[in-house]
Design a protein around this ligand. Structure first.
Ligand code: BV8
Length: 238
């Protein structure tokens, strides 16, 4: 770690940052649900084929997430958000734990599990019913509601993605916490930062395709390692 000051920080988080809060990761041993894999359910085709099954999965996840609390890693990012003038948190997670922890500058690349969208009118609503009052939930217009998340094969919101690109292209320090770095286009963001000269630090339990590219790889749990990293970084923030 050079003792350079860091003027602007971008952070990319994945399911691993919420693991210690009790939220199952996508590709870990509990990444399964009944006999399905996330990639089989988080698609528009699965929803078209069986909206009830897809909504049963989301209802189960919402129930689980509702009982989970942000952990020390989420809290550390709130502290960084408050202390660092140029800061952006880009998350692949849909669990809303960053906002519940108090993070304000958050870009949710893949949407939010606590929002639903009318499949006819595209109107987006907050919905925190646990469990859902009906599965699948319906809009007052009579159409089906869907989770307001980005499924595999769907494009990300261009404004959100554009803001993420700007954040990583302008940062001089990028932290990547708890992601397997396989889902695109999110997985390309750290390399974009690195190519622009950013210092890249990865925190994960294990190595990922990104590790060879990072300036530092910290192998360990996010809730332990991120607070320690913040203590080390604090004095180098300018
Ligand atoms: C797109 C929302 C343009 C839903 C998610 C072929 C056909 C079609 C598309 C593709 C294709 N090939 C590639 C693609 C693109 C595809 C893709 O990337 N597929 C992958 C699987 C290869 N991407 C897309 O479809 C995207 N759209 O590209 O549009 C397009 C369109 C059509 C065709 C081509 C291109 C949309 C992707 C968004 C999908 N939606 N979620 C929901 O959540 O219900 S993605 C889902 O995976 C979650 O958001 C999750 O966050 C994300 C990434 O996973 P991770 O967060 O990294 O979680 P994971 O479990 O994998 O890893 C956890 C990590 O944490 C591990 O490394 C583990 O070691 C670590 N860890 C665990 N515990 C801890 C820890 N680390 C630290 N501490 C701990 N305690």
């Amino acid at each position: 770690m050079t003792q350079q000051g860091f003027g602007s920080i971008a952070v990319l988080t994945g399911a691993g940052i919420s693991a210690e809060s009790g939220v199952p990761t996508f590709r870990g041993e509990n990444g399964l649900w009944r006999q399905y894999r996330a990639e089989e359910l988080a698609t528009p085709w699965a929803f078209q084929r069986d909206p009830t099954l897809v909504w049963e999965w989301y209802d189960w996840r919402r129930g689980l997430i509702a009982s989970c609390a942000p952990n020390a890693a989420h809290q550390t990012l709130v502290e960084m958000d408050r202390r660092c003038q140029n800061f952006m948190l880009v998350t692949q997670n849909v669990d809303g734990l960053h906002q519940r922890a108090g993070s304000e500058r958050v870009l949710e690349l893949h949407g939010n599990i606590w929002q639903v969208r009318c499949t006819e009118e595209n109107t987006v609503f907050e919905n925190h019913d646990v469990p859902l009052h009906q599965v699948p939930p319906g809009c007052s217009c009579g159409a089906l509601l869907r989770p307001h998340v980005v499924w595999f094969g769907e494009t990300l919101d261009p404004e959100t993605l554009g803001a993420a690109y700007r954040a990583v292209e302008g940062c001089d320090l990028m932290l990547v916490v708890g992601t397997s770095a396989v889902v695109q286009p999110a997985a390309s963001l750290p390399a974009m930062a690195k190519d622009r000269g950013a210092y890249l630090i990865e925190i994960n339990l294990e190595k990922t395709p990104l590790s060879a590219y990072a300036d530092e790889v910290i192998l360990g749990a996010a809730a332990e390692e991120l607070p320690k990293l913040w203590l080390r970084l604090e004095e180098s923030l300018c």
